[in-house]
Design a protein around this ligand. Structure first.
Ligand code: ADE
Ligand code: ZN
Length: 328
């Protein structure tokens, strides 16, 4: 492993998607739920394709039923991240899985998540900030409820708003109202696009949602004019190469466009998305980028500094992170 112990900044991690399968199995057992169908014989999450992955993901989420479950989940996830050198994690939180989008229930879940984050920061030094995420295939009206949860809890800890889920469901323009609400509440914006959808989906996110970061965005590479526009507009890509390879967006690491996007001058960052689903970690991502594209310590530091600069946190927090990266 090339970059064990190197400090890292992760901008694209789904809290539920980071749940270790053993953790979810433990909850299922405790609650007498039969979830055996979502695991393979070795106990890993098992899925056939992207849509099936989303179904398995949502089945795993059905075990997370209370603020206490999210407290334990947050502690387990941050322990893993810190063990991979992550010093700052911007994590997608979904009110849809925390009280179904009800604002007062969401506040209770958030309280539990923040308590766990405070403990992890004291224990491991890792800093967590939340980006509230709507789920595209749950539809426009549910996204508006999610945006209301986001607006009600926006501040120096809930710092952003985004949308994930099935890129083929509905139109991104349907989500403009939810994004406008979040923007008016002072939240910074990102959207999953250009993962399963092509370049047009990235254009739609820029035009209709006016985001400053794109989750994935890698398929922009198919349109050189779009690559230029992303550069001109200073858009940051939250690239998750291991996720893209595991889900079959690209057949192998060598075919992944991250290096072409970086060489084209775009601001690329590296994240794991849903690490146990993709058999990855932040150490593994950077190790594979080293093996595949020859990334050395200077490139890795530059990528993590780009991520710290693109983080949605306040400047005092950012400066502390940058100092750790620069002095490492
Ligand atoms: N939700 C969790 N992981 C996701 C991904 N890779 N794409 C879209 N939605 C997601
Ligand atoms: Zn994602």
């Amino acid at each position: 492993m090339a970059f064990i112990g190197t400090p890292k900044v992760e901008l694209h991690l789904h809290l539920e998607g980071a749940a270790p399968p053993g953790f979810i199995r433990g909850l299922a057992k405790e609650k007498k739920m039969d979830l055996s169908g979502i695991f393979d014989t070795e106990g890993h999450y098992a899925y056939d394709d992207f849509v099936h992955f989303l179904r398995v993901y949502e089945a795993a989420c059905t075990t997370l039923k209370s603020p206490e479950d999210f407290y334990c989940l947050t502690l387990a996830v941050l322990e893993q991240s810190a063990a991979n050198g992550v010093i700052y994690s911007e994590t997608f939180l979904s009110p849809d899985f925390c009280g179904k989008g009800d604002v007062s229930a969401w506040k209770e879940y958030l309280h539990a998540i923040r308590e766990a984050a405070d403990l992890a920061e004291k224990r491991d030094g890792i800093v967590l900030r939340g980006v509230i995420t709507a789920v595209r295939h749950f539809g426009r009206d549910q996204a508006r409820k999610t945006a209301r949860c986001a607006a009600e809890t926006a501040g120096d800890w809930i710092v952003g708003f985004g949308v994930a889920g099935d890129e083929s469901a509905g139109r991104l323009s349907d989500f403009a109202y939810a994004f406008d609400m979040a923007r008016e509440a002072g939240l910074r914006l990102t959207a999953h696009a250009g993962e399963w959808g092509g370049p047009q989906s990235v254009r739609d996110a820029l035009t209709h949602l006016k985001v400053e970061r794109i989750g994935h965005g890698v398929r922009a590479i198919e349109d050189p004019r779009l690559v230029d526009e992303l550069g001109e507009q200073n858009i940051v890509l939250e690239v998750c190469p291991g996720s893209n390879v595991a889900l079959g967006v690209y057949s192998d690491w060598a075919s992944h466009p991250i290096e072409k996007l970086r060489k084209a001058g775009l601001k690329v960052t590296v994240s794991t998305d849903d690490p146990p689903f993709f058999h990855t970690t932040m150490d593994h991502e950077f190790d594979m980028l080293h093996r595949t594209f020859g990334w050395d310590a200077d490139v890795v530091r530059e990528i993590n500094i780009t991520a710290a600069r693109a983080a949605f946190c306040d400047d005092v927090t950012r400066d502390k992170i940058l100092k750790k990266l620069e002095t490492a």
